[in-house]
Design a protein around this ligand. Structure first.
Ligand code: GLV
Ligand code: MN
Ligand code: MN
Length: 466
């Protein structure tokens, strides 16, 4: 395939340069001027793609987008369908427009920007990520894979490249589960999840706002339209490639520029509710209590125990939400609510942990004479494997660009986990400072980001010609 590409690309670029010189689109030129992207001459293209990333502009966009936040800098909080999310969406659509892409949005607000290829009837190559941000997180998670993808398109355009298959940048709705407890909402739906279509009819947020009311307030799902309209058929894309910060320390520790993801670990999340009698913190003596808060505390420790008992460092579990009702210092908790996240690269082992957590919840409720009023597995997703041909294309791109690279797995989940259900998938990781993520200290240098953008651009170019 590498041989075919190296023969085809110079040829294609040669014709592209000719056509760019003779048939320059004045609309595109004007948009480039507005966007502030330097319009570079195509003359340096010889036997490989000459890609330049406009680092200043990309950093400016990352910084600007981070200001659309409900918490103060350096933290970023951008929750699905909030005002800040809506402004962020407008910002992304504007940049898509400036890049000359044709824009479409679906019923839940997945946003698609397409650069039409010379053979537009072929399934396109897609890329993209998310820009929603969990409470008090950083400005790079997801954002690098959306703004970086748009810069990859700009870099390809500046180089004079003309795609055969169309190239599409997707901004996915709600990769983060913050508002409705459902991760990868947009990509999960795109991949055709019927259970999610049913669940969303009943889903409300912490303020009791329904999914449909929230979506309507952001301009989507106006008539509670059938969400199966979001589904995409297998084969709609010839490949999907996501650029993302690693969210772990390996690349930085080892001084490697690019991570080529071979598989994404299997995530699951669980919601648990306990109910007791509550009562006065002074008057109700210890033998008479059935404390829902202590049941939750005991279950949190049981989660840790079951995860550690798996004997593998690849098994992880987190109780990220623990709420007590009524939440007064002098009142015994009458209700408690936990949300548990557990993951593993081994699906069977992860499922064993879930089963043990369930058994513990039942036993704790019995021992403490509280009611286990709900034990709900919200999602229990299988892992995903990257596609061999996409891995090869990413390796080829890294080699061509002289960038050190290594194969690795993703312990975080991504929209790619679901895109893998309908398309050959691959992911490009770049280093991030100390592996920090989901906190304000999250950081990737613009040099590392630019490397990722170039690998993405070249990978898409290659896949577009396949
Ligand atoms: C994604 O945000 C994850 O939690 O892995
Ligand atoms: Mn995240
Ligand atoms: Mn992410």
């Amino acid at each position: 395939m590498a041989v075919k590409f190296s023969l085809l690309l110079p040829l294609l670029l040669f014709f592209s340069v000719i056509s760019a010189q003779t048939n320059e689109d004045p609309t595109t030129r004007t948009m480039e001027e507005f966007s502030g992207y330097p319009s570079e001459p195509h003359s340096c293209i010889s036997d490989s793609l000459s890609l330049s990333v406009d680092k200043d502009s990309l950093q400016k966009q990352i910084d600007e987008l981070s200001t659309f936040s409900d918490t103060p800098a350096p933290s970023v909080t951008r929750i699905l369908y909030s005002d800040k999310d809506v402004i962020g969406r407008r910002y992304i659509k504007n940049i898509m427009g400036l890049s000359g892409l044709s824009i479409r949005e679906d019923a839940v607000g997945n946003i698609f920007g397409r650069w039409e290829g010379s053979e537009a009837e072929l399934p396109p190559v897609a890329t993209g990520s998310h820009v929603d941000a969990i409470p008090y997180s950083g400005k790079y998670d997801g954002v690098v894979g959306v703004l970086g993808a748009l810069e990859a398109i700009n870099a390809l355009k500046r180089s004079g490249f003309k795609p055969k298959r169309s190239l599409e940048v997707i901004m996915f709705t709600s990769e983060e589960p913050t508002r409705f407890g459902i991760s990868c909402l947009g990509s999960r739906l795109m991949a055709g999840s019927e259970p999610l279509v049913r669940a969303l009819k009943e889903t409300v947020d912490g303020q009791n706002i329904s999914f449909f009311d929230a979506a309507r307030s952001a301009g989507y799902s106006k008539d509670q339209e059938d969400l199966s309209s979001v589904f995409m058929k297998k084969g709609s894309y010839s490949a999907f490639v996501e650029l993302h910060i690693e969210q772990g320390p390996i690349l930085e520790d080892e001084g490697v520029s690019i991570g080529i993801v071979t598989a994404i670990a299997a995530p699951a999340s669980i919601k648990v509710d306990f109910e007791g009698n509550g009562g006065h913190a002074g008057a109700v003596l210890m033998p008479s209590r059935n404390d829902a808060g202590l049941a939750a505390a005991e279950l949190a420790l049981a989660v840790e125990k079951h995860v550690l008992d798996s004997g593998s460092v690849d098994t992880v579990g987190t109780v990220g939400i623990l709420e007590l009702h009524p939440g007064a210092i002098n009142s015994i908790p009458s209700k408690s609510h936990l949300e548990i996240d557990t993951r593993d690269i081994d699906e069977k082992r992860r499922n064993t942990v879930i089963e043990r957590i369930h058994q513990s919840a039942i036993a704790i409720a019995k021992n403490r004479r509280v009611k286990l009023s709900d034990f709900k597995i919200v999602n229990q997703d299988p892992p995903a494997l990257s596609d061999k041909a996409v891995i090869k294309a990413m390796e080829f791109a890294s080699q061509q660009l002289n960038l050190s690279h290594k194969l690795m797995i993703s312990r975080a989940y991504h929209d790619s986990l679901f895109m893998a259900r309908i398309s050959p998938m691959g992911m490009i990781f770049i280093p991030c400072y100390k592996g920090y993520s989901h906190k304000p200290e999250e950081y990737s240098s613009i040099e590392d980001i630019a490397n990722g953008v170039k690998v993405l651009a070249m990978t898409m170019a290659k896949l577009s010609l396949d």
